[in-house]
Design a protein around this ligand. Structure first.
Ligand code: URP
Ligand code: ZN
Ligand code: ZN
Ligand code: ZN
Length: 506
């Protein structure tokens, strides 16, 4: 597409508060790539938002995007920064985590607020607010339902209405810790439906995992490879299907985090074909790393890769790629939850004590470009869709986020498809001492990353600003919730009014 054009976002006004206090920045000579268009144009940014898209723009600060693709900054909807988990805390906090995000072209992250058992959701949120003050890029929270009761039921409304959170996470695994039971999940899903919110699930059958883990340990299988044996694809497929059916009965859309295998993907695919509103999120780790990592002779190597669900074989990886290609899976995330080697060694004699989680925030976009776009598995537009635009729509923050449109936040990555590096823990932003992608060469990296117009990556050099990141409020009753509640209302059970009913007892 040759001619430059100006495309305007149909915003509701909340994104357009420009005061012209910041000098304008022009991104020049690049090719804009969005989820549905590729075209040459310049972008003018004023006071943190996109003010104009067109040909031959000029301004006080100009960023040269020659040879680059200008795309919406990445959104990673699944991160755990400074997460209290398995007796420790994940080692990347909002400072190092969001710095890593920007280095890799990601401009917004969504973390999970985890109330302790019996703890108020609002009190837990206060803790997450305190943790996130050092963020370098914008962020939001999902609220986890870790226990159930009248207080949780009531507070869910305040979380949605007052706190700007429209997603609730349910762990079907981690028995004795974060796991919820089916009756709790069903009650919470119904509450989500009433409030116009969307439930998320970590879909693994926690009872079966606990039993398999105990049997493996009893048989002397205590190494990291047993982690993979304890969580076969069946436990994920069964839980995914169960969550989908419960969501359908509750009349609510569903988002399945870290979809790692064909069994889970198949359940999502089938549900979608039957008209259910279900979304699936593969991780960059599951797409590019396989189960052979757990059989490495080096304990540290294998333990560093312990996460749930575990890495799978090539057939599962092919299924996930096909899902992204066909649209049955919509989002690529990281589940960034980084533990140091020392933390992993908590499980040296017992794989169930290895903290579950891996990093990936800095590498998601370059790895997906290298293994997705450069291989021809994904188009550039599909890349934008699965790293940014689709999740912005699902979370109901589009087009403030996930868009190159006038009025959108200037969260932008200027992507240089020729820029190369070999991933190494030595040069990463993450606070941990290794990288699960160590040694992989990626081609396609940010030349510039802009967060609300501020240049945080300049020609590859990181210049973040602590505390720049703002909390992104998300409204309930997104388009899918509205459509589904209309349909459910229309098809709700209705009493048949009859005349001439025989008298009872006759
Ligand atoms: O192993 C993982 N995925 N750790 C982080 C917590 C979770 O389950 O998402
Ligand atoms: Zn999980
Ligand atoms: Zn190794
Ligand atoms: Zn997670």
């Amino acid at each position: 597409m040759g001619a430059a054009k100006t495309i305007r976002a149909a915003t509701d006004g909340r994104n357009c508060q420009r005061t012209n206090t910041m000098p304008s920045t022009i991104i020049k000579n690049g090719t804009i790539v969005t989820a549905d268009l590729t075209y040459k144009a310049d972008i003018r940014i004023e006071d943190g938002v996109i003010a104009e898209i067109g040909a031959g723009l000029s301004g006080e600060t100009e960023l040269d995007a020659s040879g680059c693709y200008v795309m919406p900054g990445g959104i990673d909807p699944h991160v755990h920064l400074e997460m209290p988990f398995m007796g420790t805390y994940s080692s990347d906090d909002f400072e190092s985590g969001t710095r890593a995000a920007l280095a890799g072209g990601t401009t917004m992250v969504v973390d999970f607020c985890l109330p302790n058992p019996e703890q108020s959701l609002l009190e837990a949120l206060q803790r997450w607010d305190n943790k996130s003050t050092r963020a370098h890029c914008d962020y939001s929270f999902h609220m986890a339902i870790t226990w159930w009761g009248e207080q949780v039921f009531n507070e869910m409304e305040q979380v949605v209405r007052d706190k700007g959170i429209n997603t609730f996470k349910h762990f079907m695994a981690y028995k004795g810790a974060l796991m919820v039971q089916d009756d709790e999940m069903y009650a919470s899903f119904q509450r989500c439906a009433e409030l116009g919110a969307m439930p998320l699930v970590h879909a693994e059958n926690g009872d079966v995992v606990a039993d398999l883990s105990a049997k493996l340990l009893a048989a002397g299988n205590n190494g990291p490879e047993a982690h993979a044996y304890s969580r076969p694809p069946q436990v994920e497929g069964e839980a995914t299907n169960r969550a989908i059916m419960i969501a359908d009965m509750a009349g609510v859309p569903l988002y399945v985090v870290h979809t790692s295998c064909e069994q889970s993907h198949e359940a999502i695919r089938r549900a979608r074909q039957n008209g259910m509103r279900v979304f699936g999120e593969p991780l960059i780790q599951h797409l590019t790393l396989d189960e052979s990592e757990y059989f490495d002779k080096d304990w540290d190597h294998a333990a560093r890769r312990v996460m749930s669900p575990p890495f799978r074989n090539k057939a599962h990886q092919d299924s996930l790629w096909a899902g992204l290609q066909s649209g049955s899976l919509q989002v690529v995330a990281t589940d960034h939850c980084a533990f140091t080697t020392e933390q992993k060694r908590n499980g040296i004699d017992d794989f169930t004590k290895i903290p579950n989680g891996t990093g990936g925030l800095e590498d998601r976009m370059p790895m997906l470009w290298t293994y997705g776009v450069a291989t021809g598995r994904l188009t550039m537009n599909e890349f934008v869709a699965v790293t940014s635009t689709n999740i912005a729509k699902i979370l109901n923050v589009y087009p403030k986020k996930g868009a190159i449109l006038v009025g959108a936040d200037a969260d932008i990555v200027v992507w240089d498809p020729e820029k190369k590096k070999t991933i190494s823990a030595k040069s990463q932003q993450s606070a941990i001492d290794y990288n699960v992608f160590e040694g992989k060469t990626v081609k396609g990296l940010p030349r510039y990353t802009l967060t609300r117009g501020r240049v945080a990556v300049d020609d590859g050099a990181i210049q973040p600003e602590e505390g720049w990141g703002q909390f992104v409020k998300r409204e309930p009753f997104g388009a899918v919730n509205k459509a589904l509640s209309t349909w459910k209302e229309l098809t709700a059970p209705r009493k048949v009014e009859r005349s001439g009913i025989p008298a009872s007892g006759v």
